[in-house]
Design a protein around this ligand. Structure first.
Ligand SMILES: NC(=O)c1ccc[n+]([C@@H]2O[C@H](COP(=O)([O-])OP(=O)(O)OC[C@H]3O[C@@H](n4cnc5c(N)ncnc54)[C@H](O)[C@@H]3O)[C@@H](O)[C@H]2O)c1
Ligand SMILES: O=C(O)[C@H]1O[C@H](OP(=O)(O)OP(=O)(O)OC[C@H]2O[C@@H](n3ccc(=O)[nH]c3=O)[C@H](O)[C@@H]2O)[C@H](O)[C@@H](O)[C@@H]1O
Length: 389
């Protein structure tokens, strides 16, 4: 499973083994990226995070063939003097660290802004000062709302892709008012993108910015009360998984009419590996990474997950599988939403030849099989425990 033979880049040049400083390596995307790099390349990883539960299988036992190519450093990048040294030891830094769950954006806006802007500043600075390449994880949320969402409901222009397809170079970033604190995350991510871009333009920083469009799959977030706080609100995949595991109706925020495109984490990680190993093609670019063919409303996602979960668990769906809830009740004051997110794939196609492969049904089937296998028993036990008064 590991690195044998010479790996070639997209231009036929041999790829030199490199050391990657991966910040946020213990998270959802980080854990999949660590697996990919260890299993398929000769590169080494300096894995930085405050947690390592999701990469434990890669750190133990130390007899695994890849054990000498991953080193975990328990570091909070907010305040740790080891950060610069680790960035200096690496050829490339990938920054994934962030608060990135919507339930936090309007309820913990200060933490959100600090995490996504202030805490990322030293990483950019150290990369720039030490001439190290940086791949920074931004978000599709920097686009905010589509231009089309401001047209009258019955306008035929709403059907015109130029009013909703999101392009890195031509689409504007449209956020709500300041009291809609939902946009604290998108705005902080946008400012760090602008700073990185300016470091490239003025100081020659070699950078790539990734804008993920709803990457989903195993190990995403947590199941409340099982491997995360009971009152915690994860992203939609984990919220709906939690409801299905507990046989509760899935909650549709404001009727579930917002639209998303979902891409399988394993497809998306292929794109990141292409960026890592093709610096000449990736440097200086911002890349949308998503699957424009997997678009659904949140309501359709709920229906599909209900059907798939019933298939993988063997349990019949509830008579009323969904329930409507207001955004104020679910997320609190200051929530707002992106209406529609379809990525334009022209740039990533041209530069890296990448295309997503997995259909929504297939990615939900493998993900919900994982969720059922991993959590069903623990949820059953948690439900059967008597509640203390
Ligand atoms: N999953 C997606 O679809 C998606 C979409 C858009 C953007 N992103 C971006 O991709 C990145 C990774 O997302 P994810 O889904 O893997 O999230 P995640 O929460 O699973 O991972 C983030 C990791 O960063 C770590 N971290 C946070 N602050 C830290 C700090 N101060 N010091 C050290 N470690 C810290 C966390 O412990 C966590 O393990 C984020 O920047 C996020 O904004 C993800
Ligand atoms: O994944 C992404 O690409 C980006 O978008 C996410 O934002 P969003 O898609 O709004 O977050 P989800 O929690 O996945 O919610 C998706 C939609 O489902 C809805 N939802 C969520 C949870 C739930 O139980 N019910 C429900 O209807 C939300 O209101 C929203 O409309 C997060 O901001 C980031 O992880 C990331 O930057």
């Amino acid at each position: 499973m590991a690195a044998t033979g010479v790996r070639l880049d997209l231009d036929g040049r041999p790829i030199k083994p490199m050391t990657i400083c991966m910040i946020g390596a213990g998270g959802f995307i980080g854990s999949h990226l660590c697996e990919k790099v260890l299993f398929e390349t000769p590169h080494k990883i300096l894995a930085l995070d405050v947690y390592n539960d999701k990469i434990k299988h890669l750190l133990e036992p130390e007899t695994q063939t890849w054990a000498d190519r991953i080193q975990f450093h328990r570091i909070n990048i907010k305040h740790d003097s080891r950060l610069e040294g680790l960035i200096k030891m690496a050829d490339l830094t990938i920054n994934l660290a962030a608060i990135c769950t919507p339930a936090d954006y309007n309820t913990r806006p200060l933490d959100t802004i600090y995490s996504n802007f202030i805490d990322a500043l030293p990483v950019v600075k150290y990369c720039s000062e030490n001439n190290k390449r940086l791949i920074h994880f931004s978000t599709c949320e920097v686009y905010g709302k589509t231009i089309g969402s401001f047209l009258p409901k019955d306008s035929p222009l709403r059907q015109d892709p130029s009013y909703y397809v999101l392009n890195e170079n031509t689409s504007p970033c449209i956020f709500g008012s300041i009291e809609k604190q939902r946009w604290s995350y998108a705005c902080a991510k946008q400012l760090i993108e602008r700073l990185i871009y300016a470091e490239g333009a003025e100081n020659g920083l070699e950078f790539t910015i990734v804008r993920p469009f709803n990457w989903i799959g195993p190990r995403m977030d947590f199941i409340p009360g099982i491997d995360g706080p009971s009152e915690g609100v994860p992203r939609v995949l984990a919220c709906f998984s939690n409801n299905l595991l507990r046989r509760q109706p899935l909650k549709l925020v404001d009727g579930g009419q917002s639209q998303r495109t979902f891409v399988y984490i394993k497809d998306a990680i292929e794109a990141v590996l292409l960026m890592i190993e093709n610096s000449a093609r990736a440097n200086g670019h911002i890349f949308n990474v998503g699957n424009p063919h997997n678009e659904v409303t949140v309501q359709q996602l709920a229906e599909m997950m209900t059907e798939v979960y019933s298939k993988v668990s063997g349990e019949p769906p509830l008579e009323s599988p969904t329930i409507d809830v207001s955004s104020k009740e679910f997320y609190g004051e200051g929530y707002d939403d992106s209406d529609k997110r379809i990525p334009d794939m022209t740039i990533i196609n041209r530069q890296l030849g990448w295309n997503p492969k997995t259909s929504l049904w297939d990615l939900l089937e493998s993900t919900l099989t994982y969720q059922h296998r991993t959590y069903a028993e623990a949820v059953k036990q948690a439900i059967s425990k008597p509640v203390a008064n």
